[in-house]
Design a protein around this ligand. Sequence first.
Ligand SMILES: Nc1nc2c(c(=O)[nH]1)N[C@H]1C(S)=C(S)[C@@H](COP(=O)(O)O)O[C@H]1N2
Ligand SMILES: [Mo]
Length: 161
Amino acid sequence: MPAILNDPLQPHSHDPNPEPPGSDAAFWLILPDTTQVRITPAQLQTMPRCTVPNCFIVSTGHGTSGPFTFDGVTLLHLLQRYLLPGQPWSQVEVISGDGFGTRIWAAELTSPGITRPILLSDTVDGTPLSREQGLVRLIVPAETDDALRQIKWVRTVHVRV
Ligand SMILES: Nc1nc2c(c(=O)[nH]1)N[C@H]1C(S)=C(S)[C@@H](COP(=O)(O)O)O[C@H]1N2
Ligand SMILES: [Mo]
């Protein structure tokens, strides 16, 4: 019987998947005009880096882990690097290789005074993230409820008008 999937972008109870969906950690940035850019972990390392300390992965199932210091590239930087100046966008859908995801609104990236920005992370506590740990992992520092936005194995970052 085929599985019926929930909308992965709405918060819902979820048993975390421990198993990476394949070994390729590259992801696709999809721009509003449907241009697709493939971004590898090696390319992320050449971009301006950001460190966010005191992050927690709060699992309702297997408890809280952390604090972690995550390192990576801010999602805002990635967008600014590839979007044309003035190109409109309102939200970003971040989806993993195992079909999990979250929707990020522009205000979460661009509001003034953000000190703990949303990251595409490849490093935890100074050590490269393993594929099992989620490489490349979206880290949403402001989410401290249920880890539903801490997306492991990012495969597509879809910027929408
Ligand atoms: N790609 C992906 N990311 C995911 C999940 C998942 O199943 N797939 N589960 C989420 C949930 S419910 C939890 S509790 C955490 C678990 O993170 P951990 O494996 O680092 O403890 O990952 C989150 N991110
Ligand atoms: Mo969870």
